[in-house]
Write a protein that binds this ligand. Structure first.
Ligand code: MG
Length: 386
């Protein structure tokens, strides 16, 4: 990895006090999952990597447990309770730094998780000439001024307009004084406007499209975050032989023959396990539990399924339903179905009502029809954990 030039020392304030209701759902958006982790944790990590210290996270009243869980055990992060609006929240963050005033401070929104280091560099660089600096991007679409009754009043001069992002960078003394002097009773919109109202000149530096704000539910489900729902299928066959135990769905079944295989040969659990692994594209049961490995000899196949479910959870997905078909002439599956569903529910942690176990014969045709083996196929649905 290339050695990056050190940045001048700076502190940072991440504003995460909003209720974030526009994305829908109960949990405020800064605590919801984006690219596998809470949204808030991304900004905190990016700022930490760039050297921000101390780092203040401004949170809503009573949200400290959520925030600690989202950020994890990161040294030098302090939580401060915010105010009624964004401006009050930033002011609370600035005041929390006053005891040991930094030279420079970045004010960032938790809703902009993908923060490139280059933006931080440009902002801090601009502070050598100006008391404030903000990242901006050109306006690409043509722009108009809306008039009454949804008609166009005028065209606007796109060339002179810029879209404003965060973080915004300030000399600490200047922005603190501007916030303390602010007399308006309305929200200023952003901190650059607070400083500008106090006479500070704001430099414009190049922003980055990656800094886009997560505003709507679709933003939380962008392609890098993975789809909301995934499907997997699994198929397996084992031979029926004399002198083996018969295990299906983790249930021991009395039968004249049993299934042969390296583990307990539970063909039904193997099909479900492969379906779960397939849904999250994590190989197959042999990838994780190779038959060549003696530690899996005679192993209960429930362990395989539990492992697959935990891999899916690590990938950000929870099992939502299972549809299993067991293909054999004998034994009859029906009498064992309630016990099987209960066992699969125990292994996967989902409700029995989401577990379908079906059985069919092949009309005495083929290896299953001749009683030489049992086949099983499964389809599973997985929903993203948000
Ligand atoms: Mg198998």
């Amino acid at each position: 990895m290339a050695v990056e030039p050190p940045l001048p020392p700076f502190s940072a304030i991440v504003v995460a006090a909003g209720k974030g209701l526009r994305v829908g759902g109960v949990l405020p958006k800064q605590y919801r999952t984006w690219r596998g982790r809470p949204l808030l944790s991304h900004s905190v990590e990016k700022l930490r990597e760039a050297g921000a210290s101390p780092l203040i996270v401004v949170i809503a009243q009573g949200a400290e447990d959520h925030a600690r869980e989202a950020v994890g055990d990161v040294a030098d992060v302090r939580f401060v309770t915010g105010g009624a609006n964004r401006q009050d929240s930033v002011a609370a963050g600035l005041e929390a730094l006053a005891g040991d005033a930094p030279a420079r401070v970045l004010v960032h929104d938790a809703a902009r998780p993908d923060l490139p280091r280059g933006v931080i560099e440009r902002l801090l660089d601009a502070l050598s000439q100006h008391p404030g600096a903000i990242p901006v991007l050109p306006v690409v679409d043509s722009v108009v001024v809306a008039g009454p009754r949804a008609t166009m009043a005028d065209k606007a001069e796109r060339e002179s307009l810029r879209r404003v992002q965060t973080p915004q960078a300030f000399r600490y003394d200047a922005i603190l004084a501007a916030h303390r002097a602010w007399v308006g009773d309305t929200d200023a919109g952003d901190d650059a406007q607070v400083l500008a109202a106090h006479g500070g000149e704001i430099a414009l530096v190049r922003g980055d499209e990656r800094l886009k704000k997560i505003t709507f539910a679709e933003d939380l489900m962008d392609s890098a975050n993975g789809p909301a729902f995934r499907i997997g299928q699994g198929f397996d066959v084992h031979r029926l032989v004399q002198g083996e135990e018969l295990w299906l769905c983790g249930v021991r079944i009395e039968h004249e023959k049993g299934l042969a295989g390296h583990s307990d040969a539970d063909v039904a659990l193997h099909a479900i396990t492969d379906a779960v692994l397939g849904a999250v594209a994590q190989g197959d049961i042999g990838t994780h539990f190779p038959p060549s490995d003696p530690q899996w000899a005679g192993a209960r196949s429930g362990r395989f399924l539990e492992h697959a479910v935990s891999l899916a959870r690590d990938a950000g997905y929870a099992l939502s339903n299972i549809d299993l078909t067991i293909i054999c002439e004998a034994p009859r599956i029906g009498p064992h179905r309630p016990t099987m569903r209960a066992e699969v529910a125990r292994l996967t942690g989902i409700a029995e009502s989401a577990i379908s176990i079906k059985a069919t014969t092949t009309e005495r045709l083929g290896f299953t029809g001749r009683g030489e083996g049992i086949a099983a196929q499964a389809i599973v649905g997985l929903a993203a954990i948000r």
